[in-house]
Design a protein around this ligand. Structure first.
Ligand code: COA
Length: 153
């Protein structure tokens, strides 16, 4: 069900959105991974279709996106991005309000995200929404296949 707010409509991502969303991720300087290709994106969509959201403006243009994950224990936020010319207009807040509500409906008690250490806009955004920089844990990872994502992916 689309949600209208702040002149944007939040809807679920479909693979038709992929070319535009991929450019949006790149314009947002997100740390792109092999899993951001069409096959990886399709896998993610199949896993959590109701948590992969896009924001449309009044003309139907994609102006922002966020990808949520729910594994039955934790909710994760990935690849929140807004078109540079549409920032500071509440688009990311609208996407996150919708995503967090969907997390709650699923039974999630906590949401987590990863922020690159020098990404001050993102730190400011998530901090304002009540996310805390948790310093008692650090992310660890292992590549499961040759040519998998580099550390952090
Ligand atoms: C981070 C990002 C998603 C925020 O999107 P946005 O639509 O501009 O955010 P909003 O307009 O909803 O901002 C809500 C509040 O967050 C804070 N905020 C957002 N951007 C900020 C910035 N650049 N500097 C300081 N505070 C900021 C403000 O408190 C803002 O409220 P205000 O505009 O009334 O002051 C956007 O800057 C972006 O796409 N960045 C590139 C991609 C990225 O880094 N994504 C995060 C990956 S972890």
């Amino acid at each position: 069900m689309p949600t209208d707010r702040n002149d944007v409509t939040i809807v679920e991502f479909t693979m038709d959105d992929y070319p535009v969303v991929h450019v949006l991720w790149q314009r947002g300087d997100l740390w792109m991974r092999p899993s951001d290709g069409p096959e990886g994106t399709q896998l993610k969509l199949a896993r959590d279709p109701a948590l992969f959201l896009v924001a449309h403006d009044a003309g139907g243009r994609v102006v922002g996106t966020v990808m949520g994950g729910w594994d039955g224990r934790r909710a994760y936020v990935y690849h929140l991005a807004v078109l540079p010319e549409r920032r500071r207009q509440g688009v990311a807040d609208a996407l996150m309000d919708e995503l967090e509500e969907r997390f709650r409906v699923l039974g999630a008690l906590k949401a987590k995200t990863q922020i690159l250490v020098d990404n001050e806009p993102s730190r400011a955004f998530f901090s304002r929404r009540g996310y805390l920089h948790e310093q008692d844990c650090e992310p660890w990872g292992k590549e499961l296949v040759d040519g998998g994502a580099p550390p952090g992916g």
